[in-house]
Design a protein around this ligand. Structure first.
Ligand SMILES: O=P(O)(O)OC[C@H]1O[C@](O)(CO)[C@@H](O)[C@@H]1O
Length: 533
């Protein structure tokens, strides 16, 4: 019923120019400030009727109760029978969080303290490589065991005062070979990051790194650490328990940056800055739990997303950070959002009644402006855009460049909204063309406008603010998942490809025949074999 009402309201208002709604009152009403961040969603076609209906969706799905169930350790990941408690990893005050009758916080805080001791020792040289102080850290992991720390180390580059950090994820040997070539085994720490410690890409790369390390040092294990839930497997790999940082199955891979998977980040920026990062996320958790939906950043961001994708039917969402250090954020959010909400089956096993989550993509501004913004402004489809912008960068001496960056960010959302009509297009080139040619040329310069965007603004990309931003997106994914009625915390959709790859490996290597393979795959294997695979 609410969905129908939303669709009907969209149909009735779709042709309206939403710019006409915009005045000072709307700019204030359709933006929310929480902590240090401001989310502006005034440049959308959402009006108060649409917004009220969207709030009805939240009530209809019982969001408040489901949110509380998540924070208090209920097994809301129903297909795997697990709690979802990445929030416990940043519960720095240590108030009890119960899972199956047991408080998980003592273990969480003890692991955090062990990570801090380890990170400090690597940073100050009391844990050394066999050739001296650790100069390089190589994190080997994939998916959530890579994207989070890789994104955050990049994002917090201005705070990076520890050893160099490298990230190896792809099973393509070009990835690890390129990194190891730049490192000295005698002063490198290899961190094998894998929740399961079975992921074939990670384990293959870890063995390659082990062999590389053996060429340079006598005790390879002494320069390895592991981040995993599987203590038996890390021991079998030869990593001493004192260098293994474990976590529980209630931390999903794509939500794991806050705990041991964040070790490379902690080594890079130091334990104090890492705590500030956790505190930022914790502040967002507290906001999400306490704020009324009208003032609730994650809820509002989720509702804007639902309006644009499930109601308006815009197929993709572009994340456009005007913050170069967030250049891995779109990739990080691709996993967070698409692995969480890219599902066609509802929690109860029935087909999803509405569209699953959107395609998420993006690049930092201003680079994207000179690449794909053409389509965003004049393509036949509409892309909902999400801009991120800091008031200040970290390059004080170049603040004028930062101001130019800000101007570009604001100009884009304005251009998307306003567009340029035929008359102004004509006027802009009236000195160059006349008659029919003027008309023809002018049409190419028309921007339809009326294209929506939201802007997330913050003072500066500090560890605290980054923590807030990432937790905001995590909770947005949660809200969207609840409203869509699916389980955001499993990822069965990645399994089939893994199984088939395992079966195809001996075929590719020529140790097994092509029996049962389809004609296209067989022909491709044949081509690659003839060319030396
Ligand atoms: O940390 P692991 O167990 O190696 O898994 C890596 C990634 O693989 C996935 O399970 C998907 O294949 C992700 O969800 C996860 O982040």
């Amino acid at each position: 019923m609410v969905w129908d009402n939303l669709r009907a309201h969209h149909a009735a208002t779709a042709d309206r120019r939403f710019e006409t709604l915009l005045d000072t009152a709307r700019a204030d009403d359709f933006s929310v400030t929480a902590g240090e961040m401001r989310l502006d969603y005034a440049k959308t076609n959402i009006d108060t009727t649409a917004r009220d209906l969207l709030f009805d969706l939240l009530d209809q799905t019982g969001l408040a109760a489901k949110r509380d169930a998540m924070f208090t350790g209920a097994a809301i990941n129903e297909t795997e029978g697990r709690a979802v408690l990445h929030t416990a990893l940043r519960n720095l005050d240590g108030g009890p969080v119960m899972v199956a009758g047991q408080d998980v916080m003592p273990d969480v805080l003890a692991t955090l303290a062990r990570m801090e001791d380890f990170a400090r020792a690597v940073r100050d040289g009391s844990i050394r490589g066999q050739g001296g102080k650790i100069t390089d850290v190589v994190n080997i992991g994939i998916g959530g065991s890579d994207l989070g720390p890789a994104m955050a180390v990049r994002a917090l580059a201005p705070y990076h005062d520890g050893p160099r950090c490298h990230f190896v994820s792809n099973v393509d040997p070009a990835d690890i070979a390129g990194v190891l070539r730049r490192c000295d085994p005698a002063t490198t720490l290899v961190i094998v990051a894998s929740k399961t410690f079975t992921t074939i890409e990670t384990m293959t790369n870890a063995r390659t790194a082990q062999a590389w390390m053996a060429q340079g040092v006598s005790d390879t294990g002494a320069q390895f650490a592991a981040l995993s839930t599987a203590a038996d497997k890390t021991a079998a790999f030869g990593i001493d328990a004192s260098r293994v940082f474990g976590f529980a199955d209630w931390v999903g891979g794509r939500y794991s940056l806050w705990g041991p998977i964040g070790l490379s980040l902690m080594i890079a920026i130091g334990p104090e800055a890492f705590r500030a990062f956790l505190r930022g996320a914790q502040a967002m958790d507290q906001h999400f739990r306490a704020a009324d939906w009208h003032e609730n950043l994650p809820a509002l961001l989720a509702l804007v997303g639902i309006w644009h994708h499930q109601i308006c039917g815009y197929p993709t969402r572009a994340v456009l950070p005007y913050d170069n250090n967030l250049n891995r954020l779109p990739a990080y959010l691709q996993q967070l959002e698409m692995e969480s909400n890219g599902k066609g089956v509802a929690m109860d096993g029935t087909d999803l009644a509405v569209a699953s989550g959107p395609v998420v993509w993006g690049e930092p501004g201003t680079n994207g402006q000179h690449a794909f913004y053409q389509l965003i402004h004049q393509g036949t489809g509409i892309v909902s855009c999400e801009f991120l912008i800091a008031a200040r960068g970290h390059e004080d001496a170049l603040h004028h460049q930062h101001q130019l960056l800000v101007a570009n960010c604001l100009a884009q959302s304005e251009a998307l909204m306003r567009g340029r009509d035929l008359d102004s297009a004509r006027a802009s080139i009236a000195d160059k063309f006349t008659g029919d040619e003027l008309d023809r040329q002018a049409r190419h310069r028309v921007f339809t406008g009326n294209r929506p965007s939201v802007t997330l603004a913050y003072p500066q990309l500090t560890p605290f603010v980054l923590g807030q931003i990432i937790a905001l997106y995590e909770h947005r994914v949660f809200v969207e998942g609840v409203v869509l009625g699916l389980n955001s915390y499993d990822q069965w959709g990645v399994e089939l490809g893994k199984e088939l790859a395992t079966a195809l490996q001996p075929v590719v290597e020529g140790r097994a025949g092509l029996d049962g393979k389809d004609a296209s795959t067989a022909a491709l294997v044949g081509f690659l074999q003839r060319h030396g695979v």
